[in-house]
Design a protein around this ligand. Structure first.
Ligand code: PLP
Length: 390
């Protein structure tokens, strides 16, 4: 009886069309992947630069395994620290134009550990409504009071601070830089100005910005001209950088503090040498091959232009993430299924991940114009059938 509620819970998920399951990709990632044996154009990955299957990353990972073995064997503060970790951290700091960086085992852990280290029950977190799950969970874990503002609503952000700031010791504004399920950016210069006014820290999550935006791939922070401003930047090595792991970057003191205080860094095993080496190789390629960044931006613009041309409405996007709003979970599942039959893989994203259902597409630097045209043709065909049927 004690576990009977799980059966009921699963039934509820099925009824709401919220039930989810894994899909097996055979072989490597890339613009074409094999989905249960069927080749599909891939518009569902975070591998923006196509680096996850780059031979140079694989060679770097293999060399690290040969040099250091597979596991890092312990926490970074005990037996788990290798030269490759330090080299990676220095490369991240150079890419982001900051003093120093610290590498976590995932971006999720970086957010949990950083928020819990920077604020506690005496403090205030002011957070965007659409922040990533790891930021929401980190806020809860910290024990701080959390005030949520409507997505990118600076008036509400101001309002919360005016009402609440004086009652708390420290305060931190927390936001994604590129919103992962929408594709738009936070108004970072304005947020930093408000933070300054209210003596408040800012944590910005560059998971979908690093290696994607900015002249050198330094992220939305670079693109929006905010590199010189004090803030806490978090990100991942698992998206544009094609590996696994998370990082925090900022002032030398911030990073030193986290090495002493972030429980999700101190009490967990160091990132594997292979993952660290692959990420470092990715950062080197990013610097050597800026054309990848340019092509990514061109492809994202091309997708938006094709959708506009076809009169297909999409959510505001300033990134390679482009979403088409769809009225409900059942319809978006049908759309996803329809595309899959055409050999196109895009994500049907539903509640509770997002408040409203949408088709989420991500373009890669390595997509061709023809790949993108096929995607848009597939969506057009679905909309024609669907409008007729409804
Ligand atoms: C993916 C993502 C993370 C988590 O990063 P992982 O390294 O995959 O754990 C954190 N924040 C945002 C905004 C993300 O999109």
């Amino acid at each position: 009886m004690a576990y009977g509620w799980i059966t009921k819970s699963l039934q509820t998920l099925h009824r709401a069309n919220w039930y989810r399951q894994v899909q097996t990709i055979d072989g490597q990632g890339g613009t074409t992947v094999s989905l249960s044996g069927q080749p599909c154009l891939n518009f569902a990955s975070n591998d923006y630069l196509g680096l996850a299957s780059d031979p140079r990353l694989m060679t770097a990972a293999q060399a690290a395994i040969a040099a250091y073995g597979t596991g890092s064997t312990g926490s970074r503060l005990l037996s788990g620290h290798r030269l490759i970790h330090r080299e990676l951290e220095q490369a991240i700091a150079r890419l982001k134009g900051t003093d120093d960086a610290i590498v976590f085992s995932s971006g999720y852990l970086a957010n949990l550990g950083t928020l819990a280290a920077l604020v506690d029950h005496r403090d205030l977190i002011v957070a965007d409504q659409y922040n990533h799950s790891s930021l929401q969970m980190g806020a809860r874990l910290s024990g701080a009071t959390v005030a949520i503002y409507d997505h990118n609503n600076l008036d509400q952000l101001q309002h919360h601070l005016a009402h609440l700031r004086s009652q708390y010791r420290r305060c931190i504004i927390v936001t994604d830089s590129v919103f992962s399920m929408d594709g738009d950016l936070c108004p970072l210069p304005e947020i930093l100005a408000i933070a300054h006014q209210w003596d408040t820290m800012v944590l910005v999550d560059e998971a979908h910005g690093t290696g994607v935006l900015g002249r050198t791939g330094g992220g939305a922070v670079e693109q929006l001209g905010c590199r010189q401003r004090p803030m806490v930047q978090v990100g991942t090595l698992s998206k544009a950088l094609g590996s696994l792991g998370g990082y925090v970057t900022g002032s030398a003191e911030l990073i030193d503090f986290l090495r002493n205080r972030a429980a999700t860094w101190i009490y967990t095993t160091g990132l594997s040498p292979a993952d660290a080496a692959a990420a470092r190789a990715a950062i080197a390629i990013l610097a050597k091959e800026p054309q990848r960044l340019a092509q990514l931006a061109t492809n994202a613009s091309y997708l938006r232009a094709c959708l506009a041309q076809a009169n297909i409405q999409y959510l505001p996007s300033d990134s390679p993430i482009v979403c088409i709003p769809v009225q409900d979970a059942a319809t978006v599942l049908n759309l996803g299924q329809h595309l899959k039959q055409l050999g196109i893989f895009a994500s049907a994203v539903r509640p509770p991940t997002v408040p409203t259902s949408r088709l989420r597409m991500t373009v890669m630097a390595t997509h061709t114009q023809s790949d993108i045209e096929q995607l848009v043709e597939g969506i057009k065909a679905f909309l024609k059938i669907w409008i007729k049927g409804s």
